[in-house]
Ligand binder design. Sequence first.
Ligand code: IPT
Length: 942
Amino acid sequence: PGFDDSGWDDIAVPSHWVLQRDGEWGSPIYTNVVYPFPVDPPFVPDANPTGDHRRSFDLPDGFVPDGGRALLRFSGVDSLAVVHLNGVEVGVVRGSRLPQELDVTPELLIGANALHVRVHQWSAMSYLEDQDQWWLPGIFREVTLLARPASGLDDVWLRADYDPSTGAGTLRPEVRGGYPARITCAELGLDATLDARTDRLEVGPVEPWSADVPRLYDLAVSNSAETVKLRVGFRRVEIDGSAWLVNGRRLRLRGVNRHEFHRTTGRVFDAEQARRDLMLMKRSNLNAIRTSHYPPHPTLLDLADELGFWVIDECDIETHGFGALDWVGNPSDDPAWRDCYLDRVERMVERDKNHPCIVAWSLGNEAGTGANLAAMSAWIHTRDPGRPVHYEGDHAGDYTDLNSRMYPPTEELEDLCAGIGDNGSGVEGTAAMLLNRPMIMCEYLHAMGNGAGGIAGYEAVIDAHPMIHGGFVWEWRDHGLLTHTADGTPYFAYGGDFGEELHDGSFVCDGMTLADGTPTPMLAEYAAVVSPIKLQALVAAGRTTLTVTNLRHAGHTGDLEFVWTHERAGHRVASGSLTAVVAPGKFVTLDLPSMDASAPGEHWLTISARLADSTSWAAAGHTVARTQVALPAPARVRRSDGEGRAIACRRVADTITLGEATFDAAGALLRIGELRVGAPAVTLWRAPTENDGLASGGSYELGDAVSTRGRGVPGPPSAQRWRAIGLDRLHARTTGVEADDSGITVSQRIAAAGHSRALLATLRWTWVDGLRLDLTAEPVGDWPTTWPRAGVHFALPTGYERAAWFGTGPAENYPDSRVAARVGRFDAPIDELGVAYAVPQETGHRADLRELIVSGSYLPTLTVGTRETDGRRPGFTLSRYSAEELASVRHPYELPLPSATHLYLDAFQHGLGSRSCGPDVTADYQLWPQAFTMSVQLHVAV
Ligand code: IPT
């Protein structure tokens, strides 16, 4: 009081000051591993951005009950705050993502009070908070003034056990502060008195809590001073050899790493966004969350209890920057830091211990190894033996309970399950020693940009090895910060966009959802692969059957409807639905009506498992699982290709005409009827994805630092190899043009400057009910690398707006990411065919095209029909941007104004893989140079 702060600026709290006022108060910094200041622990540079916050408030007399106390709770301040109340220093708050309470009873005044919080961006604590995320200072979670009664219930812990063999529930209450207390639960008919001697309460039969059936009971604990309400879930977590069990059933984690992030407010918690995200996770068959890499806002755990997720709650510790210094000086093994480590684990466990969703505690992330981490684990083992301890960096398994791996290739997983290798510990025999422990992947499938591919490959290995309990995708959401260019164009910023001295580029954008929450196709692929409801349709010996397997942890399939649809040529012929009650771990085989596939055209049977009724996270009709099977056609005489009369070509002056198509004298296509087409070019280039190794432009080169994790292709990432041999700059030379009675044959040699290896292509054009192209291409010379694609590029006029197709969809799909794709008819505006990844890259490919219709107002409609050659059909991409344009920019706003509509028809595409931080595209899905063919028919209608 008496201090004049009238000239100060206003700031909303909770917030990060660098996300206010357009950079006037400083800017965010993104680094993944390195510290953005000199490593000189525990010191930080003199220039330390500091935010002084003042707040006045009035308190009525009696705010603090007689004999009670006043506590000032800081739920999250990054990174250190010095707190004064009414001119008196009341404490220092440390540990950014954990709460701390200061007793301010003596300093609090009746009437006017003045609170001053000085927040320093850097402190000794910054050395423990080197997570891969933006550095964002500020008071980013609530500050609460609590009035505590005398003899209040200062802490209540209800450990709620469920005995899977008897179905009985037991409570082990622990109350701090206020015995005797009364505990009640109307639903359980519970009404008992607790005193210091009460260590167990048998509550009779209960329904257990699980992620699938998150059954909660409302309990209340009260004494003369106050009542505490808790939502209790009864469940038992056990480790039995290599099995991690909840309620006696093995866990299967279909998980995701979740950071706290909002595109405009950073780590300020947005409860609405969090609920929407968790509902989307549920709809995507995700059942587990690792709170990477710090305890989340407490409300998140309430949501996880309520909606049902297995949670690994992770402590706020990461010292990754010491890795680059060979871990010399790592706080994790330095006695001077021991208390800080213990303080953090205690604050996490005490804050979150009542949540049934938490099935393991994690010590932190990428903090090397050492005695302080071991001490944290020992503390948990004493305080809460009911939950295992996780920490990935304990490769030797010295002090934790779960064996955890990051981004292992599937071959490595198989080795570990066979007891082969050192598990990253450097000590031979470690893998064998750890065979008797449950294994998880705390991170796998790096969802950066387009990808990760290869989800199904992991799933197969997890299915085959019960000791692997699943994994957590890296990660849920891109951390792009919504900002704008000088001319006001909005975009999602990543490392380097704020002029940082050191940064790690777009590595901060690696989610299955974009920064604004838009799901990427990978999320749908993940949902399709990991669904706990497995459907298998079989058509054999005149019988059509559906086998439904229920791999849920709990809950039968009575909530589902199995809807079947028979389609011919993508149009519905018949449909119906069935129900079946299958218990967890069981399967049934059902008969479907027989379907008549004799009419000409492709016949497909699609079966979806859909929610019969709405739930708290999805509407009725939501698809949980889907399968598709082709119905075999009865033997029939095939119409021979190219029936109808072939039209001969004619030379007119400098052009050749073939039906309604016009070519120049060198055989380059110019027009089909009214439609002007840029001469189609055989191409091998795609705009590299971040998993292909698109350079990060940061201090941490993508694919480089982590490429040793991949066993696919050792050495530099694909994009670098592709560029080295010039796949991004191919030149064509026409070596022959023959126009005869039946059509035009154009021969080309396609090669890169400076190289002699080439692709020899023959484009054979004929006119039979439209323009037909038969392409054959064959590599000659020595080709040392894979190819990104093998296809043809057509430049159509700008202005095309829509595509309708019979092929695969609805989303983009690639060879190692197409479980979610089904055969059918789809349509979409051109801008929705690809994904607006934070960094422009390859997007929008859809395999196995039958027919594509491209349309726009005032433009002729182009229909592309395909024919199988060598047992396959081409896929397509339609975009306003060419591969070259996409590859030439780092942000969407840098893309040029479209000069054409680009249609790519690809005989092949390379897979996606996870190489940006993990294994490369696996052998089955690598596109090695090979001969390819394609046959397409182009029709133009005005
Ligand atoms: C791993 C980190 O744990 C995670 O925070 C994130 O940075 C991820 O990588 C990459 O996005 S550590 C890495 C060296 C495997």
